[in-house]
Design a protein around this ligand. Structure first.
Ligand code: COA
Length: 149
């Protein structure tokens, strides 16, 4: 079997923007994450947003956005998606591991939070496999889950 292409996080440029906007989740997953076009637009109005396209080799496969608040030493995984054609191949794990390593390396970071909508097809199980632990809090129907560094 050929080796899996390396996963990298890359800045989005005028040339790559359309290919990132075209990435999409499955029909039954649309409630779990906003379209990338919306996320990229929001990112441009939020100075604390850090966002990247996710690539496998030279192919764009996903998108990640983090809300960074260094004063509170708390980081929030705001958006995370792997295109439906590329899910289940370990790319989500590889990409999120890189995001975690980056944040862990920042001087003030103590934890990374995210929230997920529970239910059929929920990404909750994915986060738990990545080491996140639910803290029992909810925000607008979403469960808060936390990775302590
Ligand atoms: C959740 C998501 C990012 C996972 O990406 P992926 O590339 O398919 O995940 P991986 O193949 O890297 O899976 C890593 C591990 O998580 C598990 N996993 C993946 N999705 C899961 C899910 N929905 N529930 C439970 N476990 C899951 C895999 O079985 C694998 O387990 P293993 O390492 O023990 O073998 C992807 O399914 C997605 O984009 N979903 C739609 C958007 C979404 O829900 N984003 C999160 C918004 S809060």
């Amino acid at each position: 079997m050929p080796a899996a292409p390396p996963v990298t996080l890359r800045e989005i440029t005028a040339d790559t923007l359309r290919s990132i906007i075209r990435l999409d989740v499955g029909e039954h997953q649309k409630a779990f994450v906003a379209p990338n076009s919306v996320s990229i637009a929001q990112a441009h109005f939020e100075p604390k947003a850090w966002f990247r396209a996710i690539y496998a080799g030279e192919e764009p496969i996903g998108f990640v956005m983090v809300y960074e608040n260094p004063e509170e030493s708390e980081y929030f995984l705001w958006r995370f998606m792997i295109d439906h054609r590329h899910q289940g191949k370990g790319y989500g794990r590889a990409a999120l591991s890189q995001v975690i390593e980056r944040i862990r390396g920042l001087p003030a970071a103590t934890r990374l939070l995210t929230s997920y909508l529970p239910g059929e097809g929920s990404p909750g199980g994915f986060y738990h496999r990545m080491g996140f632990v639910d803290n029992g809090d909810e925000d607008e129907g979403e469960s808060i889950t936390v990775l302590e560094f």
